[in-house]
Design a protein around this ligand. Structure first.
Ligand code: ATP
Ligand code: MG
Length: 383
C-alpha cells in the first residue's frame, strides 16, 4: 500500500507513521509531503503509484476544503482520507460529502482505526469506480440505442411517405384504365372505331406506365436492401451510348437533340450495362424533358486514368438551389416543374445505381439557364 501523507506538522506525521509501524500491514510505503503543491507534484510523477491519500485539512498553502478539489482533479481514482482536529468534525463531514472517502479525528486515531480507515477508503473507492464504469457503459448503451431508435423512426417515416406517394402515383393510371373501360362499356354503340382505338391506346399507355413504375420501385427497394450489385462486363461503350441516345431521341420525338462527344480512350473497358442504362437514360430523358423550349443536350464522356466522367448538360429550366440536394430522394420534385409530368423516381434510381458502382454524382444548375449532372464512375479494364 503506497500512502501519500500530506501533513505540515512533522510531529503529527511522525506519530501516524509510528502507528503504521505497529500495525499488521507489512508492505506499505509512506511518502510524506508538507504542502499541497508538493503533493500535486508527487501525483504528476509516474512513480510510486499511490493507493491512498491521507490529507490534513490545514496546510500552509491551502486551507480546509480547498485542498480537495485539486487533489480529486489530479487523481480522480485515488481515495482520500481527511485528517482534522477534534473541533472540526463538521468540516470533515463536508469533505466526505465533497468526495473524500473517510475522515479521522487526529486526537482519536489509533493503529486499528487508521488501518481500517485506509483499507475501507480503498475498498469503497474501488466499488464506486466499478459503479461509475458500469454507469458509463450503460449510458453509452442508452445513447447508442437512442441513435438507433431515431434512425429507425426516420426510416419508418420515410417508408410511410414512400408508400403514400407510391399509392398516389398508382392511382392516376389506374383511374384512367377504370374510366376508359367504363366508357367502352356504356358507350360502345356510340363510339367510332377511331375513338375506340384511342381509348384502347390510353388503357395500354396507362398499363405500361404502371409496369414501369413498379419496375422502378422494385429497383429502389432492391438498392435499399443492398441487393443492387455492379457486375462489370466487356461493353462497347461508344456503341452503347450511340444506341441509347438514338432510342431516347426516338421515344421523345426529338431528332438531333442530343450531342454525344467522347474524350479519351474508352475501349476495352468493363461496365455493368444494366446499371449504366438506368443512369444515363434517366439523366438524358430528364435533360430533354426539362428543356421545354428546346436547346441541345450534351452527353460528354471523359475518360481519365482511373475513372470516367459522364456529363449530361442541358439549357433547360434549371433547378432552384434549395431543391437540388433532396431530388435524389424518391418522389421528390423541384418547385419549378410546372406542368411537366414525372414521379420523382428517376434521380433516386440514378443515385442508387451510381452508389452500386462505387461512383458519385453531382449537380450544378442555374434556374432559367440549365443544368449539368456529372456522374463519375471508376473504370475497370479488360485484362
Ligand atoms: P421520373 O420518375 O419520371 O423520372 P421526375 O423526372 O420528376 O420523374 P427525377 O428524374 O427523379 O423525377 O427528377 C427529380 C426532379 O429533379 C424533377 O422532378 C425535376 O424537378 C428535377 N430535375 C431533374 N433533372 C432536371 C433537369 N435536367 N433540369 C431541371 N430539373 C431537373
Ligand atoms: Mg426523371
Amino acid at each position: 500500500m503506497n500512502i501519500l501523507l500530506i501533513e505540515d506538522s512533522l510531529a503529527e506525521a511522525r506519530f501516524l507513521q509510528e502507528l503504521l509501524k505497529h500495525s499488521h500491514l507489512k508492505n506499505y510505503h509512506v511518502v510524506h509531503v508538507k504542502r499541497l503543491g508538493e503533493a500535486l507534484q508527487q501525483l504528476r510523477q509516474d512513480s510510486p503509484l499511490y493507493h491512498v491519500i491521507l490529507l490534513d485539512l490545514s496546510l500552509p498553502d491551502s486551507q480546509g476544503l480547498d485542498s480537495l478539489k485539486p487533489l480529486i482533479q489530479n487523481a480522480p481514482k485515488l481515495p482520500i482520507v481527511v485528517l482534522t482536529n477534534t473541533n472540526d468534525e463538521e468540516l470533515a463531514l463536508e469533505a466526505v460529502r465533497q468526495g473524500a472517502q473517510d475522515y479521522l479525528l487526529k486526537r482519536q486515531v489509533t493503529t486499528e482505526v487508521l488501518v481500517r480507515s485506509l483499507q475501507y477508503a480503498i475498498e469503497r473507492k474501488q466499488a464506486v469506480e466499478i459503479l461509475r464504469q458500469e454507469n458509463e457503459t450503460l449510458e453509452n448503451q442508452v445513447e447508442l440505442q437512442t441513435v438507433e431508435l431515431l434512425k429507425a423512426k426516420a426510416q419508418n417515416q420515410r417508408r410511410s411517405e414512400f408508400v403514400s406517394m407510391m399509392s398516389h402515383d398508382f392511382r392516376n393510371p389506374l383511374c384512367t384504365i377504370l374510366l376508359s373501360t367504363e366508357l367502352l362499356k356504356n358507350s360502345d354503340q356510340k363510339l367510332t372505331p377511331a375513338q375506340k382505338k384511342s381509348i384502347f391506346q390510353r388503357i395500354k399507355a396507362a398499363g405500361n406506365n404502371m409496369v414501369q413504375l413498379l419496375d422502378e420501385i422494385i429497383l429502389v427497394g432492391k438498392a435499399d436492401l443492398d441487393q443492387l450489385k455492379c457486375v462489370p462486363a466487356p461493353l462497347n461503350l461508344v456503341n452503347f451510348c450511340e444506341q441509347l441516345v438514338e432510342n431516347i431521341q426516338e421515344s421523345t420525338g426529338n431528332e438531333n437533340r442530343i450531342v454525344l462527344a467522347i474524350k479519351g480512350d474508352i475501349s476495352h473497358t468493363l461496365w455493368d450495362e444494366h446499371l449504366l442504362r438506368h443512369i444515363l437514360s434517366n439523366l438524358l430523358t430528364n435533360a430533354v424533358k426539362y428543356s421545354p423550349n428546346g436547346g441541345r443536350v450534351h452527353l460528354t464522356i471523359i475518360a481519365e486514368e482511373h475513372q470516367v466522367k459522364f456529363q449530361v448538360q442541358d439549357q433547360g429550366i434549371g433547378i432552384p438551389s434549395p431543391d437540388q440536394k433532396r431530388l435524389f430522394q424518391a418522389f421528390q420534385r423541384a418547385s419549378n416543374v410546372g406542368e411537366i409530368e414525372g414521379t420523382g423516381l428517376g434521380l433516386a434510381i440514378v443515385q442508387r445505381c451510381v452508389e452500386a458502382c462505387q461512383g458519385s454524382v453531382l449537380v450544378e444548375s442555374v434556374p432559367g439557364e440549365g443544368t449539368t449532372f456529372t456522374v463519375i464512375l471508376p473504370v475497370f479494364h479488360e485484362t
